[in-house]
Design a protein around this ligand. Structure first.
Ligand code: ADP
Length: 446
């Protein structure tokens, strides 16, 4: 059932209830007071019943001439009706037979075991409630059928309008959802209200925008990956086609350049897969307690020769021999390796790279963090590029991008790896002066 139908139905029921409620209350009130009157006057009521029973026996088990009889105790009661053999036989008071039969207190009259009649009695107290009830019953016809009809039509019309207005935002929202289903990313939910519908509409609008963003990011990733794959593939294809056309053997130089491109392709595919797993939170981390000082020592030993090849001075400073973090060793090493090789790559010969490790307390955090700083005196990063360097495939200067090796994914992978360990990376840089990358990881007590 549609919400609108439900609303109309429930409001109509409510309307009927409101109209009938006073009637029902008066009715109930009347019967309560009738029973109360019986309890209060029980002795007199019962005496009257006996008197009628006696009359019946005295007249040879008939109600003969009862219509002319005069019962002594009746004067105490306002209204009395004797009903027997399906007919009214005796009545005293102002009320009609029907009125008494409907609303008088019913008492069975017996002669021995046999039921011989029924007496309907109403006393003075009851009569007051009865009048009140009658008044209420009288009001309805007085209002007049026409005005009653008018009220009902007006009420139904406003119920209909109200339910239409109430369900309007739902219809707009449904139209919006249908639009999104058909692929309309710009579908809007234009419900400008301050109530719950407005909130739903705003939430849906936000959701739609983030879906559209995700869709844009997916398309961008696809086109970036395709673009990155294109260049090495073209080089490989070109070399092989040339060799095939000329029938010449591939020189060792050509072979190694093809191999370089194949390695580049394979690294790219590997890194894209790795990054998607990290971003989807599906990368498996084999964490254990690791001494970051030792890891850093190991890593700098293995990369030192790269710096030395470029005549770059390379130093490592740790404030403690042991700072323990809970980490997947290979992932932390991968992140630090990416930062370190970047520093070496973007620093000119004769430059300086300083790696340091310390333990810090941060004002807004409740625990200690290990901080790895990788400072270089390299080319630095411009202000415009700085906010984007952790984006996938972002390269600050395309002309300067590494001819081999750099895929533009190194920092994105490092950031995700550190984030998977509840840490983060900060960066400070000035163009032409150098850069400083800071990795923060939560320390565990040893
Ligand atoms: P790439 O494979 O191009 O190095 P990254 O994701 O590692 O990709 O880095 C993204 C970009 O950030 C780089 O292209 C470079 O412009 C900039 N960058 C990263 N590290 C440094 C650094 N130490 N000095 C200067 N620029 C850097």
């Amino acid at each position: 059932m549609k919400i609108r139908t439900k609303l109309i139905l429930s409001m109509t029921v409510l309307l009927v209830f409101i109209l009938l409620f006073p009637l029902a209350v008066t009715h109930i009130q009347f019967y309560i007071s009738r029973d109360y009157a019986y309890r209060e006057n029980k002795a007199a009521f019962e005496a009257l019943r006996e008197e009628f029973g006696r009359y019946y026996t005295e007249h040879g088990d008939t109600w003969e001439r009862v219509e002319n009889a005069s019962f002594e105790s009746i004067r105490d009661f306002a209204e009395v009706l004797l009903y027997a053999d399906g007919f009214p036989l005796y009545r005293q008071g102002r009320l009609s037979v029907d009125e008494l039969r409907n609303d008088g207190y019913p008492l069975v009259i017996r002669s021995g075991q046999q039921k011989v009649g029924r007496l309907y009695v109403m006393n003075g107290e009851q009569y007051k409630t009865y009048e009140f009830k009658k008044e209420w019953y009288g009001i309805l016809p007085n209002i007049g059928i026409a005005s009653l009809l008018f009220t009902c039509v007006a009420a139904l019309l406003s119920i209909f309008l109200l339910s239409w207005r109430l369900t309007r935002p739902i219809r707009i929202i449904i139209r919006g959802i249908e639009g999104v289903k058909k692929g309309d990313n710009a579908a809007v939910f234009p419900v400008r209200r301050k109530d719950e519908f407005g909130s739903i509409s705003r939430a849906l609008r936000d959701m739609n925008e983030s879906l559209a963003d995700a869709e844009r990011a997916r398309k961008q990733l696809l086109s970036d990956v395709a673009h990155e794959l294109k260049t090495p593939l073209m080089i490989i294809q070109g070399e092989l086609e040339l060799a095939q056309e000329t029938g010449a053997q591939l020189t060792p130089d050509k072979q190694s350049s093809i191999l370089d491109e194949v390695l580049r392709l394979s690294r790219l595919v590997h890194e894209v897969l790795d990054l998607s797993k990290l971003e989807a939170g599906m990368a498996e981390l084999r964490r254990g307690p690791e001494n970051l000082a030792a890891l850093l020592e190991d890593l700098t030993e293995k990369t030192r020769f790269l710096a030395e090849e470029k005549q770059i001075r390379f130093t490592l400073q740790t404030t403690e021999d042991e700072i323990r973090v809970s980490a997947d060793k290979s992932r932390i090493l991968q992140a630090l390796y990416n930062l370190l090789t970047n520093a070496i790559y973007y620093t000119n010969p004769g430059g300086l790279i300083r790696v340091s490790l310390d333990r810090v307390e941060l004002p807004d955090k409740h625990q200690q963090y290990a901080r790895v700083r990788i400072e270089d005196s390299g080319v630095g990063i411009s202000e415009e590029d700085l906010p984007h360097i952790f984006d996938r495939f972002y390269r600050a200067d395309h002309a300067r991008a590494r001819p081999t090796g750099g895929t533009g994914l190194g920092l994105a992978i490092a950031k995700q790896n550190i984030a998977a360990h509840q840490g983060w990376i900060d960066v400070r840089s000035e163009e032409g002066q150098g850069s400083e990358f800071m990795v923060y990881l939560p320390v565990i007590s040893s």
